[in-house]
Design a protein around this ligand. Sequence first.
Ligand code: UDP
Length: 308
Amino acid sequence: MRIVVTGGAGFLGSHLCDKLLHEGHEVICIDNLITGTVANIEHHDSNEKFRFINQDVTEYLYISGNIDYVFHFASPASPIDYLKYPIPTLKVGALGTHKTLGLAKDKKASFFLTSTSEVYGDPLVNPQPESYWGNVNPIGPRGVYDEAKRFAEALTMAYNRYHGVNTHIIRIFNTYGPRMRKNDGRAVPNFITQALNGEDLTIYGKGDQTRSFCYISDLIDGIYRLAMSDINTPVNIGNPSEISIKECAETIIRLTNSKSKLTFKDLPVDDPKVRRPDITLAKEKLGWNPAVMLEQGLHTTIDWFKSS
Ligand code: UDP
């Protein structure tokens, strides 16, 4: 297939490009590099099946020739990034999704939207099944990301129902692995960087809030299975193994043999108290189950942070 990947120079997008090229597809990667980096894709420089276009996907997209699939991965995705770029975050989720859906419709291509567990907001139900409508503060600082992704889901379903575009929606839960930026601001890269530098690990709040961390290779496997499936409604992909943020920080201190301690800071506004995916749908319909346990994935990620 000839495939467009927006956000292809980012953490998730670049791993997806690797997978698609490995499966023998041709990849056109589009990224404006506000949070992505060419370092994530430069290993494809001499690959004739790979092309990079530096463009903001909220602008009109012109791609010559046929396209079989459009994967829309472009968006700031770390809370500090969408606080720094609130309007680009809203625009890429809304206008960028419109442009990429328009491209898919025009080319009679399939479409894949990366949505997020953030559509569940600060959930009142744990674990979260796809049928849960969420508890989102539309005007809070995280609203720029959450509402953009909720709009993107609505637009994707409308293109599916009204224009007959073959669409897929993934709701991604916290994912980690090589190629996360050291200063990305999210818990895992922050904790690893701090532990390796012998600095105290910054716990926001008491650290009793929970997350469920999925390793990148498991996520990419789930993405590929969903992309090739006939499911048009949203599907959760994430690791249901839930831990507190404090426990996550302590695990990283132990795995890095660090002498760092914990330091406690204010909890960001609207920070979800719990998060854990219900993955029954992915298990039953895609035969997907995460294979990488947290400590195993953290080892690989820590090694990558040490060597990069
Ligand atoms: N967090 C923390 N210290 C950090 C970074 C994050 O305690 O240095 C907390 C954050 O407040 C949240 C959790 O870790 O409760 C996960 O944050 P992250 O930014 O990774 O993603 P989120 O799940 O909030 O989108």
